[in-house]
Design a protein around this ligand. Structure first.
Ligand SMILES: *Cc1c(COP(=O)(O)O)cnc(C)c1O
Length: 425
């Protein structure tokens, strides 16, 4: 198997053989499939296998692989140069598109990753409030910057690294953490040290411990509590921005956070991140204000163009109802298969994203519920599905993503693959 050979080589020149931990298949066992190319809803590995792709680069590829509009856009800008370190019209256009989608957003700063966006958002919140503490939720992931590697989701959960070595004690101590959906815990923390909290940062739909939905009143409660105590509210919409609708969870719930962080979809598959909000906060960023942040490749023309092309297709086609319908169809189909097989599970979904928890619990609302889910069963299902040509993420804590290329037929094929896979486990 060529993937095996490549992984051998990779391990001799890169830590664990990968550029990002979850890719190494440690959570599910086996050898990661090295990818040759993607097309629509499918990816092809170097061993000649085709899979229906539910990883989709962990969220950015809402139009599927190599969408013609994105390819065309990139082909147009590529010959003109790949980076200038000077402003371009493309940044202005993308910033204007984001502003149009999030009515309360006045200023946008582009960076190169979601990690940079959330890291900068916290710096801004600290500068704005003159306070140091931040409050996050167990199982939420906000990138790999020091303040967030405390009870983090995604790879942090997969590898059970609750707080990474190398994070200074002082930094870790500035991060408070409570269970997702637990309004009482939030109130309690604010009652204890509300005047020291700079910001609450939250995934308004959690996607890094699997999909966990906010319960009624949770996000509204965060807004009123932060307001009352003079703290900022940061919605980390790096996954949900332009995935769940044109805009994000903040536009849907009519809750206005102080800062929104974006990434993934707005780069159309190229490296990007952004933070945005009203001028009174965003205007504190250099050079308008004194809070320093910069980037050699920030606003990169290829990333801006791929993002713009993606958002243009989304705005024109408004595929969100269809995408939601297909996600629901898949979630219902899969849930029913496991029910018939007598395997207890909860399937959570939001538009274009879902996850399966193998738990006896009725509902999965926070990390404690997530942790009752069987990782062993997930890995069995994962490998059985690989054998049937369906690729889920190689970790029980990553969400599965759909694209607009996952049409009715692809969904049907996926459910059939699940059915065959289930006979084998
Ligand atoms: C992926 C993700 C990030 C980090 O983005 P990177 O581009 O990987 O640095 C931050 N927050 C959330 C909610 C994410 O899903």
């Amino acid at each position: 198997m060529k993937s095996e050979e490549l992984f051998e080589r990779a391990r001799r020149c890169m830590p664990g053989g990968v550029s990002s931990p979850v890719r190494a298949y440690r959570a599910v066992g086996g050898v990661p499939r090295f990818v040759e190319r993607g097309e629509g809803a499918y990816i092809f590995d170097v061993d000649g296998n085709r899979y229906i792709d539910y990883v989709l680069s962990y969220g950015p590829l809402i139009l599927g692989h190599v969408h013609p509009a994105v390819l065309k856009a990139l082909t147009e800008v590529l010959p003109k140069g790949t980076s200038f370190g000077a402003p371009t019209e493309l940044e202005v256009e993308l910033a204007e598109t984001i502003k149009a989608a999030f009515p309360f957003v006045e200023l946008v700063r582009f960076v190169n990753s979601g990690t940079e966006a959330t890291m900068t958002a916290v710096r801004l919140a600290r500068a704005r409030t003159g306070r140091e503490l931040i409050l996050k939720f167990e199982g939420c992931y906000h990138g790999h910057a020091d303040p967030f590697l405390v009870r983090a989701g995604s790879g942090g959960l997969t590898f059970n690294i609750p707080s990474s070595p190398g994070v200074p004690k002082g930094t870790a101590e500035c991060t408070l953490s409570v269970p997702y959906n637990d309004r009482d815990a939030v109130e309690e923390v604010f009652g204890r040290c509300g005047e020291d909290i700079a910001a609450v940062v939250v995934e308004p739909v959690a996607g890094n411990m699997g999909v966990v939905l906010p319960q009624e009143g949770f996000l509204e409660g965060l807004r009123s509590t932060t307001k009352e105590h003079g703290a900022l509210l940061i919605f980390d919409e790096v996954i949900t921005g332009f995935r769940v609708e044109f805009g994000g969870i903040s536009t849907r719930y009519n809750v206005e956070p102080d800062i929104i962080t974006l990434g993934k979809v707005i780069g159309g598959g190229l490296p990007v991140g952004a933070l945005c909000g009203r001028e009174e906060v965003m205007g504190l960023l250099a050079p308008q204000g004194k809070v320093y942040q910069a980037g050699t490749l920030s606003g990169n023309p290829l990333a801006m163009k791929a993002g713009l092309a993606t958002l243009e297709v989304l705005r024109k086609e408004m595929p969100y109802r269809t995408l939601r319908g297909r996600t629901e169809e898949l979630a219902d189909g899969v849930r029913e298969l496991f029910r018939r097989k007598g395997i207890p599970c909860v399937v959570n979904y939001e538009t274009g994203m879902f996850s399966i928890f193998f738990t006896e619990r009725e509902r999965v609302l926070d990390l404690e519920d997530v942790r009752t889910s069987s990782a062993e069963l997930y890995s069995k299902v994962f490998h059985a599905l690989l054998g049937e040509g369906v690729m889920l993420a190689p970790s029980p804590y990553e969400s599965a993503f759909l694209s607009t290329a996952h049409d009715g037929e692809v969904i049907e094929r996926t459910v059939e693959a699940f059915e065959r896979a289930l006979r084998r486990i």
